[in-house]
Design a binder for this molecule. Structure first.
Ligand SMILES: O=C(O)CCC(=O)C(=O)O
Length: 276
C-alpha cells in the first residue's frame, strides 16, 4: 500500500508499523484519516511517537473511528471523562492491566473494535507491550484444525477477570459474558482471525470439558508463536492503536517498582460473525 500524507514503517511482515508525519492533537484531514485507518487495517497495530495530547484531544482522535465505550469494570477514570481508562503501575501495584494475552473486553456481546493507549510516563527500561496477529495464527493452523474450529463457538467471561480486581465493592455487579465464533471474519478486511484468548475465554460449549480445555490450550500456545508477534518499546508520549478484532496483546510488567502511566480510550465494536 502507498501513502501520501503519512510515513509507514513496518515492524515485522505480519504485524505492527510505526507511523510518522501525523500530529494527533490536531484534527486530521480526510485523506490523512483514511490513510491512518488503512495503515491500521494493513498492519493491525500502529504506533506514533512524540505526541502531546490532552484528554479531550485523545478522545477526539478516538472518536474519528467510532463511539467511545466506558470500561465495564474499572472505576478509575479522570473526573468528567468516564470513557478514559487509566493504565498505571508503581511501587504499590499488586497487578497491572493486561498481563495475560487478551483481546480487550472480548466478554462483551459487542467487543471493542480498537483501543488507543497513550503513555506519558514510562520506566527507564522495560514495560514493552507485545502484540500478536490472529490472522497469522488462523492462517498457520493446519487444514483439519481449521475445519474443526470454524464450526465452533467459545464463551468469553468477564467474571474471573474483573471480580474484586479494582478494590471496590462489586457485590451484586454482573460482568459481561458472551459466546462468539471461534474464528471471526473481520468486517472491513474480510480476513479470518482466531478469536479465543487466555484472558477471557473459558469454554467451547460444543465440546466436553476435557476436549474444550485441551483445544483451547493448544490454540493459546499456537497464538503465542513468536513469528506472529511484534513488540513495542515505549518512549514517553508514544501512542499505540490496536485492532481488537484481529490482535491480542500482552503487557510486560518487568519494571516493578518503577512507574508507568497513561490513558486508554476504547472504540465501540460490533457483534463478531463468521463468514465462510
Ligand atoms: O499497558 C499496556 O501496555 C497494555 C495494557 C492493556 O493490556 C490494555 O490496555 O488492554
Amino acid at each position: 500500500m502507498t501513502y501520501q500524507t503519512i510515513e509507514v514503517k513496518k515492524l515485522t511482515p505480519h504485524i505492527g508499523a510505526e507511523i510518522g508525519g501525523v500530529d494527533l492533537s490536531r484534527p486530521l484531514g480526510n485523506q490523512q484519516f483514511q490513510e491512518v485507518h488503512d495503515a491500521l487495517m494493513e498492519n493491525l497495530v500502529v504506533f506514533f511517537r512524540d505526541q502531546h495530547l490532552s484528554v479531550d484531544q485523545h478522545k477526539a482522535f478516538g472518536r474519528l473511528f467510532g463511539e467511545l465505550v466506558v470500561h465495564p469494570a474499572s472505576p478509575h477514570a479522570p473526573e468528567g471523562h468516564p470513557e478514559v481508562l487509566v493504565i498505571h503501575a508503581d511501587e504499590n501495584s499488586k497487578r497491572v492491566a493486561g498481563e495475560e494475552w487478551h483481546s480487550d473486553v472480548s466478554c462483551d456481546a459487542e467487543p471493542p473494535m480498537g483501543s488507543i493507549l497513550y503513555l506519558t510516563e514510562i520506566p527507564p527500561v522495560g514495560g514493552d507491550t507485545l502484540f500478536a496477529s490472529m490472522y497469522a495464527a488462523y492462517e498457520k493452523l493446519s487444514d483439519p484444525i481449521k475445519r474443526l474450529v470454524e464450526g465452533l463457538t467459545a464463551v468469553h467471561d468477564g467474571e474471573h477477570v474483573y471480580r474484586g480486581r479494582y478494590g471496590v465493592d462489586d457485590r451484586g455487579k454482573v460482568f459481561p459474558k458472551a459466546e462468539h465464533p471461534l474464528v471471526r471474519t473481520h468486517p472491513v478486511t474480510g480476513k479470518k482471525a482466531l478469536y479465543v484468548n487466555r484472558g477471557f475465554t473459558t469454554r467451547i460449549p460444543q465440546l466436553s470439558r476435557l476436549e474444550s480445555d485441551a483445544l483451547l490450550e493448544m490454540l493459546y500456545r499456537h497464538a503465542e508463536t513468536p513469528e506472529f508477534h511484534c513488540r513495542f518499546s515505549w518512549q514517553e508520549n508514544s501512542v499505540a492503536f490496536w485492532d481488537n478484532r484481529c490482535v491480542q496483546h500482552h503487557a510486560m510488567w518487568d519494571y516493578y517498582p518503577q512507574r508507568r502511566h497513561g490513558h486508554r480510550v476504547t472504540i465501540k465494536g460490533d457483534k463478531p460473525f463468521y463468514r465462510a
